[in-house]
Every structure is written in structure tokens, then in C-alpha cells.
Design a protein around this ligand. Structure first.
Ligand SMILES: Nc1ncnc2c1ncn2[C@@H]1O[C@H](COP(=O)(O)OP(=O)(O)O)[C@@H](O)[C@H]1O
Ligand SMILES: [Mg+2]
Length: 324
């Protein structure tokens, strides 16, 4: 049984009295211990998907308009708010792009970690502090006991992200959702955090859903990859298949945009144009205005839905490398 199953999930935003579709009929699953990468440019619906999975939508404009999210076999729509709270941060945890917004600047690191521990585990103050130091050690923060008394601003961006990871690990989650965990960091620190995540995954056996706009980040760690464009999964495959033989022109564009440290900046082939906003209605394939291979059918007919993860699928009338 898959740890996380997202089936035909559709999301909309309730904005000024209207429901605007943002995520359209996406399906994917993550098995225990596995890593799924979700990649796509900014604005494609990755974060809204993550927030819906985490159930962090109660006070937001996000509405689930179709489909199901199952975690450990339980339909998350049918559990009570108390059950959901028990699940979140315990079986499922999330880290975000900007650790400074998630850490409270006026509290010491140690107090913030022990507070997150206190919500799920009944520990004495002393035991909680020892556990917090252990967690900082686990994320390779030097002098963990000393750092417990530091304030967030006294740590570098990379160290703050390590603290966030430590807090997420506090209750041994079965699934960690990492939404752009390294985007705010410089390249060297980014690589260190990705290596840390891979090591922790090996040590703890947790599954990871790694979200990034950068296919280079996904390449490092993920077993399977789902490529999102404008609310749909437009290509899904094992990472090996996707990188060896990408099928959707959008994926090819993302691959060409991965910075090569040895190449000139000018060699970077960015995808022309931009992701349409939720207010723009694009007939046919949503990618066609940016696609070098677009034909008449692409402007008129929307490519059908595909099921992610298990086979190599692409929502494209003219996938490259395929037999179609
Ligand atoms: N609160 C909001 N109000 C209006 N638009 C929003 C809101 N949240 C997200 N959106 C829009 O929904 C789309 C998907 O957003 P998001 O999931 O954050 O994308 P991603 O994480 O892939 O960058 C984007 O077009 C974004 O502008
Ligand atoms: Mg996002």
C-alpha cells in the first residue's frame, strides 16, 4: 500500500466570490521510504498541492473540488480536525523555502524545538532539551547544546534550514514534504542541505516529497518525478527514465534550464514566455503558447489526463522519443 495516494485531486481558490481552478485532476503516490520530486516553474500549483496534502487549508482560500488524498490508507477528507492535527507534524511534516518566516525571531532555537516536541510527546523539560540537542546533532549542526540558546538571526540561512529540518524530524514522520527547501540558499549550501536530506532519509526510512522549480535539485535525490505545468502533471516517470528520455517539451525546457557550473551563463536556454496566471484561459494545451512544436491540434485540443508515477506518461500531442 502506498504511504500517500493523491487521486484525481483538483483544487480551486475561492477569490472574490469565484472559484478559480488551480490544480486539475492530478494523481500520484509515494511509497514508504521513497522520494517523489515535484517540479515546475513558479505558479504551477506545487505549493497549493503540498498545503492541501498537509491539510493546511482551513483558513485559506484553497478548496478541494475533486478527488481524494489518502495517507496510510485513510482518506484525509473524512478525518476529524483533532485526528488531522495529531497526524500533522507527527506522521507527516513539512519544511518551507524560507526558514526565517517559520522560525519565531524572538524565541531561542531550543525553546522552539522543544515546543514542537511538546505538542506530540509528553516529555519533561530536561528530556525535551536533550532531545532537541540530539535533533540538532542529527542535522549536523556543530555544538548542538550551545546552539539551543541561539536566536534564529544568529544562525546562517543554511543553519536555520537545518533547524527547520530538525523540527520536522522531531516526531519521526513517515513523510516529509520539502517545499523549495534550498531555493533561498546559495549553491554550496543548497548541495549540503540536499545531501543532508538524503542521509536523513537513509537513516530514518522516511519518505520525502521534494518540491522544486529546479530540475537540477530533483535530479540529485528523487526516485520518481512528476512535472507540473499550470496545475496539471504533464509528465511523470522514474527519475532515470525522465532524465534519460524526457517526453514533454516542457520537461525538455526545464532540463535545458539546469545551470551547468562549467558552461557560460549565456548557454542557458530558458523557456520563452511565462506560466499563465489563474485568470488566463488557454484553450488546448496550456503549454502551447510557449512550445516550439505546437501544431493546430495543440491550440484546440487539451491533451488527456495521465496517471503519474508508475509509467512514463506525458500530456502532449507530440511527445518526443515516444512511439505515438
Ligand atoms: N492566496 C492566493 N491568492 C491568489 N492566487 C494565489 C494564491 N495562492 C496561490 N495563488 C496562485 O495559484 C497558482 C499556484 O500557486 P502555487 O501552488 O503557490 O505555485 P507554485 O508553488 O508551483 O509556485 C499561482 O498562479 C498563484 O499565483
Ligand atoms: Mg511554491
Amino acid at each position: 500500500m502506498a504511504l500517500l495516494e493523491v487521486e484525481n485531486l483538483s483544487l480551486a481558490l475561492a477569490l472574490s466570490g469565484m472559484l478559480k481552478p488551480v490544480v486539475d485532476n492530478i494523481s500520484f503516490s509515494v511509497d514508504a521510504g521513497d522520494t517523489l520530486g515535484i517540479v515546475g516553474e513558479s505558479g504551477c500549483g506545487k505549493s497549493l498541492t503540498a498545503l492541501a496534502i498537509m491539510g493546511l487549508i482551513a483558513d485559506s482560500p484553497i478548496r478541494i473540488t475533486g478527488g481524494a488524498i489518502r495517507f496510510e490508507g485513510r482518506d484525509l477528507a473524512s478525518i476529524s480536525e483533532a485526528e488531522r492535527r495529531a497526524l500533522m507534524g507527527d506522521r507527516m511534516a513539512m519544511i518551507f523555502q524560507e526558514p526565517m518566516t517559520s522560525l519565531n525571531p524572538v524565541y531561542r532555537i531550543g525553546d522552539q524545538i522543544t515546543e514542537s516536541l511538546g505538542q506530540h510527546r509528553k516529555l519533561s523539560k530536561k528530556a525535551a532539551r536533550a532531545r532537541a540537542a540530539d535533533l540538532l546533532r542529527q542535522v549536523r549542526i556543530p555544538d548542538p547544546e550551545g546552539r539551543l540558546d541561539a536566536y534564529p538571526h544568529q544562525l546562517s540561512g543554511g543553519m536555520r534550514q537545518r533547524v527547520m529540518i530538525a523540527m520536522a524530524l522531531a516526531c519521526d514522520p513517515a513523510l516529509l514534504i520539502a517545499d523549495e527547501p534550498t531555493t533561498a540558499l546559495d549553491v554550496t549550501v543548497q548541495a549540503q542541505i540536499l545531501d543532508l536530506l538524503a542521509d536523513l532519509q537513509e537513516e530514518t526510512g522516511m519518505a520525502v516529497m521534494l518540491i522544486s522549480h529546479d530540475l537540477g535539485v530533483i535530479a540529485e535525490n528523487c526516485k520518481d518525478v512528476a512535472v507540473m505545468y499550470r496545475g496539471r502533471i504533464v509528465e511523470a516517470a522514474s527519475a532515470a527514465d525522465l532524465f534519460a528520455a524526457p517526453r514533454h517539451p516542457y520537461t525538455v525546457g526545464l532540463l535545458n534550464s539546469i545551470p551547468d557550473p562549467d558552461a557560460d551563463k549565456d548557454d542557458l536556454e530558458a523557456i520563452p514566455g511565462r506560466v499563465p496566471t489563474i485568470d488566463e484561459v488557454i484553450p488546448g494545451c496550456a503549454f502551447h503558447p510557449r512550445c516550439a512544436f505546437a501544431q493546430d491540434i495543440c491550440r484546440d485540443v487539451r491533451p488527456g489526463d495521465a496517471i503519474a508515477s508508475k509509467e512514463h506518461t506525458a500530456l502532449c500531442h507530440f511527445p518526443t522519443g515516444g512511439a505515438e
